[in-house]
Design a protein. Structure first.
Length: 264
């Protein structure tokens, strides 16, 4: 199933459950970007179209097992004149696997209007190295994405670079692209600390905060997006990274931060 089909399966489910297929696995867990997108999409429908998402704070509590029902729920914690504070979560067998606290807010008139900083200079997608899908080496979900390395190096290459990222898009036409798809795209990148290692070791996102520039600019179904993450600090098995996402024309789309656990 495609990313869009999985989102649609949850939307049409009578009991708010969906099963993550094996080809969307990330080791023993379901792909975190997909889990977050499923929760967010349920929150978005409850918030309403007049209150677009401004920020999401995502905590991965435990692995979501592929092949087992994943139940998604959301609730409004507080609804003000312009902003709704919401809580969403996914459960399996009664256990919480992911929690999202989200802020959804309508725009308001403001004297503050500051343009985003320019996007970084990088080679065109066709001039960047593709990150391949290699069975039993890379995560299964990678086969659904086209990733081109523009900053830093591949995982486990003993790199000294503090930056990581490049171009990304879905391999198939996913229909209209919105914030749920962006969650699936942004999380596709390996933790930025992995290229620093010289041999394979597990790592995963512990927490993830992402802010969306509203209105989110129109994004073509198979359009390239640029992602760049910078390691701000790493020690004691945890790394802290800051990242941004741009359209190919340099328009800022989202700002992201992650706390990463690394077992090496």
């Amino acid at each position: 199933m495609t990313f869009a089909q999985l989102l649609a399966a949850l939307e049409t489910s009578a009991d708010n459950t969906v099963i993550i297929p094996a080809d969307w696995a990330q080791g023993r867990a379901g792909y975190g970007g997909l889990v977050a997108a499923l929760i967010y999409d349920e929150m978005r429908r409850m918030a309403g179209a007049d209150r677009p998402v401004r920020s999401l704070a995502i905590t991965f509590v435990g692995p979501a097992q592929p092949g087992e029902p994943l139940q998604v729920e959301s609730q409004i914690l507080r609804q003000g004149k312009a902003v709704s504070q919401m809580l969403g979560m996914a459960k399996q067998d009664g256990n919480v696997v992911c929690i999202i606290q989200g802020s959804f807010g309508a725009g308001r008139v403001s004297q503050v209007d500051i343009a985003a900083l320019p996007a970084p200079v990088v080679k065109a997608p066709d001039d960047c190295r593709a990150m391949p899908y290699i069975k039993n080496i890379t995560p299964e979900f990678i086969k659904h994405f086209d990733i081109r390395l523009g900053f830093g190096d591949f995982p486990f290459s003993n790199s000294q670079a503090r930056e990581h990222g490049g171009w990304m898009r879905f391999k198939t036409d996913e229909g209209d692209i919105h914030e749920a798809h962006l969650l699936g795209l942004v999380d596709v990148w390996p933790p930025a600390v992995l290229p620093l290692l010289k041999e394979r070791a597990p790592a995963s996102s512990l927490t993830w905060t992402i802010e969306f520039v509203q209105p989110v600019p129109d994004i073509g179904n198979t359009e390239w997006l640029l992602y760049k993450a910078d390691i701000e600090h790493a020690r004691d098995g945890y790394g802290h990274t800051a990242a941004s996402v741009w359209r190919q024309d340099g328009t800022l789309v989202a700002i992201s931060r992650q706390t990463i656990t690394v077992f090496a």
